[in-house]
Design a protein around this ligand. Structure first.
Ligand code: FAD
Ligand code: UDP
Length: 363
């Protein structure tokens, strides 16, 4: 069988099929495994994430246990500050964010009352604007979400599905962690090392620098697991699905051990980039210098994000219907399912399709 893409979705399916005795060829058009989670040492020896910061978090014990077979972990809880009106404030919005922004001294109940007073009740909640106005009201929406979102997506909050802004919690306590999940950790030796272990199986062969668009003219596998863009698979027959891209600007700063107070600083209202991430916070690496990445959103370049909005979902549905006709191809992953998956969700989706297909094959 052929697996297209050596990211989370492809590598996990390959591992599952190989363990069940199938011979698997994994290809990726890039020159490396690990998909967008790829990490590497930069020219200065600092471990960086080439495609932007990847912080692992999940509530799914099955996913955490599964990945724990291939890596040890470093406990790490991600923290973010955001630059609003001349201050670095905790993001997600919490008790301290509100007290410091408005010069208040509210306790947890006071913050809850405050939000109750300023929130704009929206019903039904369809867009990301509805989500944010409904929870924190207009002023906080405009200061923390409106401009960041416009920069990140090139769209207004009102043009994006609710799920985008709903990724970010709102808290009345002082918890300043970016994620609330049960399991929050980084692979101890990095993501690429973890992928090497996932793919290290006598029945798995990996060929890098190989594009399916070319390969499919020559081979006819019994089964294909496809994790690339679904619209590309079908030669864009219903039109192009929009994907948002990023330009990553990496920088090494010598002789500075720590540049930022936390791993990621967000810039909702300033600069063309959305955020700066300093990797040593999450990797725990010791080094005399430090390396950071700035993310500049753009429409040109690799497809990093599906764009969640109703009209795009409708177009995706056409491709999904075509996909169900392809009996010998499984479509899974962020690009093939056109879903804003986190890493753990890509793993869960891959485990599920592999299990389903292996069970059916056994009958
Ligand atoms: P991918 O990792 O995109 O893998 C697909 C692979 O298929 C790619 O390697 C690609 O080269 C290959 N491919 C595509 N087309 C072809 C073709 N025609 N022929 C051959 N190969 C092909 N998730 C988190 O949980 N936490 C985070 O903090 C986080 N941060 C992120 C930050 C950024 C900037 C981005 C872009 C994503 C982030 N994610 C994060 C999401 C995470 O990257 C994805 O959930 C995960 O990588 C999805 O895995 P995948 O296998 O579906 O896709
Ligand atoms: N968001 C925002 N302001 C922020 C952080 C996030 O408006 O300071 C919105 C924005 O629309 C963003 C979405 O919430 O795209 C999800 O944020 P997340 O950090 O999860 O995005 P990712 O890490 O996937 O790029």
């Amino acid at each position: 069988m052929l697996v297209v893409g050596a990211g989370f979705a492809g590598s996990v399916v390959a591992q599952q099929f190989a363990s069940a005795g199938r011979d698997v060829l994994v290809i990726d058009k890039r020159e490396h495994i690990a998909g967008n989670a790829y990490d590497e040492q930069d020219a200065y020896g600092v471990l960086i994430h080439r495609y932007g910061p990847h912080l692992f978090h999940t509530n799914a014990k099955t996913v955490f246990d599964y990945l724990s077979r291939f890596t040890e972990w470093r406990q790490y809880e991600h923290r973010v500050r955001t630059w609003v009106e001349g201050q670095w404030l905790p993001m997600p919005i919490n008790q301290d964010t509100i007290n410091r922004l408005y010069n208040l001294n509210l306790d947890e109940a006071g913050v809850a009352e405050y939000l109750e007073r300023v929130r704009e009740e929206r019903s039904p909640i369809l867009t990301s604007e509805d989500v944010v106005l409904n929870s924190v009201g207009r002023d906080l929406c405009d200061k923390f979400f409106r401009n960041y979102t416009r920069k990140q997506w090139g769209l207004d909050l009102s043009e994006l599905s609710a799920g985008v802004a709903a990724r970010i919690p709102v808290r009345t306590n002082r918890d300043d962690r970016y994620f609330s999940d049960t399991y929050q950790a980084m692979p101890l030796a990095g993501y690429t090392a973890m992928f090497r272990n996932i793919l290290d199986h006598p029945r798995i062969r990996v060929e890098l620098g190989t594009d399916y668009v070319e390969l499919r003219k020559r081979v006819q596998p019994k089964l294909t697991v496809y994790t690339g863009q679904i619209d590309e698979y079908f030669d864009f027959r219903f039109g192009r699905l929009p994907y948002r891209s990023l330009r990553f600007e990496h920088e090494h700063i010598p002789n500075v051990e720590r540049l930022q107070p936390v791993c990621t600083l967000n810039y909702p209202n300033d600069h063309d980039y959305t955020r700066i991430t300093e990797f040593k916070h999450c990797t725990g690496q010791q080094h005399t210098g430090t390396s950071v990445v700035r993310e500049y959103p753009t429409n040109e370049g690799d497809p990093y994000y599906p764009v969640p909005r109703a009209e795009n979902q409708a177009l995706y549905k056409q491709y999904e219907a075509a996909a169900t006709e392809e009996r010998d191809t499984i479509f899974v992953g962020r690009l093939a399912q056109y879903r804003y998956y986190n890493m753990d969700q890509a793993v869960a989706a891959a485990l599920k399709v592999a299990q389903e297909r292996l069970e059916n094959a056994a009958v």
